[in-house]
Design a protein. Structure first.
Length: 240
């Protein structure tokens, strides 16, 4: 697998406790929306037992100029060193990896059930599909505690006029602690919520991506609703 050097352009907070890192796209690097890279810090000042490499899904779509990686910030040595990076510093990328990509047959809708930072490959897939003007129905159900915690919310709230085959369903589970207004769904993603937007739950191909507990809960819900495992794809995002 090829290895590339990627130079940091800038970093920004995209939600409470969540940052996006914009890198120059290395020459020769190509990837499909939904794939990921092994990212290695170069000579960090500190490290931990897991070493200096972690896997990150590309949050950027292939057509975008920047290469975007995003993560919830935490107390690990890796994340401290990542946050401390300054523009011009480089990381090593081993890429691309993974098959969590949009299925090719457009007759079956694609339904994404995601939460938290699990949204990164979803952003890549959705923006690329809209850019390519795919005539494929795509629905994204995205769960967070409150809007302040929701990464890439504005990027995913694309208007129906701009993308008539795309539906975004954001849902918040703890609006009592929010200081912002929210007009979307509330509560956890469940069968009743899906049925508001999908007439036959057995038809789509589902993409489950997020924390392991959420992925397991969504899988159980879909199986109980009669969805076959052949129509369910899963990718877990554990903390590091």
């Amino acid at each position: 697998m090829p290895t590339y050097q990627a130079k940091l352009k800038f970093k920004r907070e995209i939600a409470d406790g969540t940052m996006a890192f914009h890198f120059e796209k290395p020459e020769g690097l190509t990837f499909e929306a939904g794939q990921f890279a092994g990212c290695t810090l170069v000579n960090p000042a500190e490290t931990d037992a897991k070493g200096n490499t972690r896997a990150f899904s590309f949050a950027s779509a292939p057509y975008e100029n920047d290469l975007i990686l995003a993560t919830r910030m935490g107390g690990t040595a890796f994340k401290r060193m990542l946050k401390a990076m300054e523009p011009g510093m480089e990381i090593k990328l081993n890429a691309p990896h993974g098959s969590f990509t949009l299925h090719k047959g457009i007759s079956a809708p694609a339904v994404f059930l995601t939460g938290g930072i699990g949204v990164t490959p979803v952003r890549s897939i959705v923006l690329q599909a809209i850019h390519d003007k795919l005539s494929q129905r795509i629905l994204v159900f995205y769960s967070n505690r409150k809007p302040e915690d929701t990464a890439f919310l504005e990027d995913l709230m694309v208007s129906h006029d701009e993308a008539p085959d795309y539906t975004f369903v954001g849902t918040m589970t703890d609006m009592e602690t929010s200081g912002r207004e929210w007009q979307g769904e509330t509560g956890f993603i469940n069968k009743a919520m899906l049925l508001k937007y999908i007439a036959d739950l057995t038809l789509p191909v589902y993409y489950l991506v997020g924390p392991p507990a959420m992925v397991a809960a969504m899988h159980k819900m879909l199986v109980e609703a009669g969805v076959g495992d052949g129509n369910i794809r899963m990718e877990e995002f554990s903390g590091y």
